[in-house]
Design a protein around this ligand. Structure first.
Ligand code: FEO
Length: 424
């Protein structure tokens, strides 16, 4: 490989009898309905040759299977293929699998335990006739002069994901991990254009909700003496591959923890206010929560902020309180904009609560609570509603509301007594 663009349909050697047999998709502009792909993407499939046969790692999207088979046929005969490894079952990597199984019906399939049911869903029929083996960290295939080993790296970004490790040459075939939607036919990271934006964008939209699982995967990957990372999308990382692993690490470790005490909880209050009542409630809730030791509280008027920094803050917060007036039977748009931006972060188990002033019926409170539950927040304290202007008594109730939420965060709240009549 001398730096020229790939214009034919041959396999591309990446060294040590490993070949790229993937496909370029330069015209794609949206991936999975949510990701922008300004110059398309690639579906990277790999062929590993050993003394005892050939192993294929991942395939390509179905529409590109002719390209995949042409590249594959340029370096091997179907009778040589002994194994197919599926690092990930999403159709952009398994689209050519049904046809490959027809052309090489004798192969053994290796995948993660979680991928088994997905394989049934994908193939619909004939699965019972396949020779399928589930694998995890420590398992490997013996190809004679080399091994094809496995790392169990689930939830990156589906439950089934795993990495394949070639220990003799130090190549990590990482699936979606370390990938990006960037189409450049020069293929290798030291030859292609500037893909930093695509790498960061891909992490932010695909891996970010699974930071905890990224760090678990890095625990397995960082100790390896890897020489090259070959992801399932975008450039093959053969120059300074460890830089990309370091970047994943720094993007995945919590930042706020460095500034807060380990035992301290973080609570954020976001609000919008039309006539000042919801803002007044917010200040009282803030004051009430502030009286509880061990909680660091921040108060933000959404009118004066932008979404992205707020999403970053929310990602590392333990508790969130949202305040909105009810206008035309709904919460106000900035609140919905913020809540709809939370799908790119992990929100499960965070504490959520809602408050707001209203004129007629105050539907916004229950609507926001429903959304929080949909995002797997826990919502232990019923929302606080005030009709129009809060009275002194209602402001005192707001302080109690803030205190109760902060105590829930620190675990210092009084045990809840459930009256039998509440269950009827
Ligand atoms: Fe590239 Fe999750 O598929």
């Amino acid at each position: 490989m001398d730096g020229a663009a790939i214009t034919d349909l041959n396999a591309v050697s990446i060294g040590h009898d490993v070949y790229w047999v993937g496909a370029f998709d330069p015209n794609l502009r949206t991936f999975d309905l949510i990701l922008k792909t300004a110059n398309g993407t690639s579906y990277n499939s790999y062929l590993v040759r050993g003394e005892d046969g050939v192993c294929i790692v991942d395939t390509v999207k179905k529409e590109f299977q002719d390209t995949f088979f042409a590249r594959l046929e340029s370096v091997c005969d179907y009778s040589e293929i002994k194994y197919i490894v599926l690092n990930h079952m999403e159709p952009d990597h398994t689209g050519a699998l049904p046809e490959l199984l027809k052309r090489a019906p004798h192969v053994k399939v290796y995948l993660s335990f979680q991928a088994q049911n997905m394989l049934k869903g994908l193939l619909k029929e004939g699965v019972e006739d396949l020779d399928v083996t589930t694998v995890t960290t420590g398992d490997f295939i013996d190809l004679g002069n080399r091994d094809v080993a496995f790392l169990n790296t689930p939830f990156l970004h589906w439950p089934d994901t795993q990495c394949t490790w070639l220990p003799e040459c130090g190549y990590l075939l990482s699936g979606d991990l370390f990938g990006c939607h960037f189409c450049d036919t020069r293929l290798f990271n030291d030859l292609v254009g500037d893909f930093r934006f695509s790498f960061e964008y891909y992490y932010a939209h695909i891996m970010r909700p699974f930071k905890h699982h990224v760090l678990q995967a890095l625990d397995l990957i960082e100790p390896l003496d890897f020489k090259l990372i070959a992801p399932a999308h975008g450039p093959i990382l053969r120059e300074h591959p460890r830089e990309y692993v370091r970047r994943y690490h720094s993007l995945s470790v919590p930042r706020m923890r460095k500034e807060t005490k380990v035992s301290e909880k973080t609570l954020l209050i976001f609000y919008m206010s039309a006539y000042g009542s919801t803002a007044e409630m917010a200040r009282e809730i803030h004051a009430g929560a502030e009286g509880v030791p061990g909680v660091r509280i921040s108060l933000y008027d959404l009118e004066g902020g932008e979404l992205k920094p707020f999403v970053d803050l929310i990602e590392e917060a333990d508790g969130l309180i949202f305040g909105s007036p009810t206008i035309n039977g709904d919460a106000v748009k900035p609140i919905w904009d913020l809540l709809s931006s939370l799908c790119s972060i992990h929100t499960q188990g965070k504490l959520g609560a809602v408050f707001g002033s209203y004129g007629w019926t105050g539907e916004a409170i229950a609507m926001i609570e429903d959304r929080l539950r949909g995002l797997k927040f826990r919502v232990p304290v019923p929302g606080k509603k005030v009709k129009l202007i809060p009275t002194d008594e209602e402001l005192e109730e707001c302080r109690a509301f803030g205190r109760e939420i902060a105590e829930n965060l620190t675990g210092t709240n009084a045990p809840k007594v459930i009256d039998f009549s509440d269950l009827l």
